[in-house]
Design a protein around this ligand. Structure first.
Ligand code: ADP
Ligand code: MG
Length: 320
């Protein structure tokens, strides 16, 4: 059995100069933010049988554990600096640890985000990461910053991760290739860090968050914090390529109330439409305008021709 010290040394401590003044090995890590910048800090925990299935592929788990955290930095418009990793492991399995650290560091290196410390203990598999990022004071994309008249935008596509879950749970029959493609979206989300940075730079956007629990619920957080309402054009929502081959009913359900998407939902003044599209191009991320922020409280749905859709009447009340 690997000792805790050897496990950290073998799988998590890297022999290369990093951004931190002091990384893994002391009681604390030391990190200096760029002069004048504000720190953005967030934690996300992944628990076996709650956030992932027992026996999940360790490489993908390493990726996803960090991806969901980087997604929070992206949603704030922050640049990733570093992260800590608190791990509870049932056993020190070298095969699992090698895969997990490979998936973790591949994504960390892509974003220049350094592992600076953590904690390791024996216990039911549980992965908790805390990320640190930086941004210019006043530029954070906060949930309380939506304004009446703002457009509502979505990055990328929605619903394929939820469709993959439906496949695993046998709620929906999917051809193997479709399921594999959708499952990639579920296991390997791409945090929209470059888009978040581009939106926060001017700033171009007002409010933003990342969609983890489904668009309706998550957009509801922006509406509540900003004390506004909204209308969503349901059929403008960008469905994932696999979901787009399913029924309109399923497309509406999983784009509106899926989960595990890790796309950004953000609001921006209508005068910034060109700037939003430019931020999308600059970051190589598709952006789609899907609605509008309004003074009237609540969330309304309309079809492509602008006709009101009463989704509650067609079995839709369960996502509120
Ligand atoms: P302490 O006794 O201060 O809690 P530990 O023995 O838990 O320290 O950890 C030793 C060093 O290894 C610390 O710098 C800690 O941040 C780091 N560390 C522990 N577990 C991990 C991990 N899973 N990933 C990265 N660094 C870790
Ligand atoms: Mg410790």
């Amino acid at each position: 059995m690997l000792s805790e010290f050897n496990l950290i040394k073998q799988f998590f401590k890297r022999d290369r100069p990093g951004r931190a003044d002091l990384g893994i090995g002391d009681d604390c890590a030391l990190l200096t933010p760029s002069p004048g910048m504000q720190l953005a800090i967030s934690s996300d925990m992944l628990v076996e049988d709650r956030h992932f299935f027992a026996g999940a592929d360790p490489v993908m788990l390493g990726h996803k554990s960090l991806a969901v955290n980087l997604s929070d930095l992206a949603a704030m418009g922050a640049r990733p600096l570093g992260f800590t990793l608190a791990l509870a492991l049932p056993a020190a399995d070298p095969h699992w640890l090698a895969g997990f650290s490979r998936g973790l560091f591949a994504l960390a290196d892509e974003h220049g985000c350094e592992l600076v410390g953590g904690d390791t203990t024996k216990g039911p598999l549980n992965i908790c990461i805390t990320v640190f990022g930086e941004l210019a004071p006043g530029h954070a994309l906060r949930r309380d910053a939506a304004r009446v008249g703002d457009d509502i935008w979505i990055s990328g596509t929605l619903g394929d991760a939820r469709l993959a879950l439906a496949g695993y749970l046998a709620e929906t029959a999917l051809p193997d290739e479709d399921h594999a493609q959708a499952a990639w979206r579920m296991h390997m989300p791409a945090p929209r860090v470059a888009l978040g940075l581009a939106l926060a730079a001017q700033p171009v956007a007002h409010a933003a968050l990342d969609i983890s629990d489904g668009l309706v619920g998550d957009l509801g957080h922006i509406l509540a914090a900003s004390q506004v309402g909204a209308t969503l054009e349901v059929d403008a929502l960008p469905a994932g390529p696999v979901l787009a081959r399913q029924s309109l009913e399923l497309q509406r359900r999983f784009t509106l109330a899926g989960g595990d998407d890790y796309e950004l939902c953000f609001t921006a003044p209508a005068a910034n439409r060109e700037a939003v599209l430019a931020a999308g191009r600059q970051s190589g991320t598709a952006v789609t305008r899907v609605g509008r922020i309004e003074a009237e409280p609540g969330l309304r749905f309309v079809s492509a021709d602008g006709a009101p859709l009463d989704l509650a009447l067609s079995g839709w009340d369960h996502f509120s």
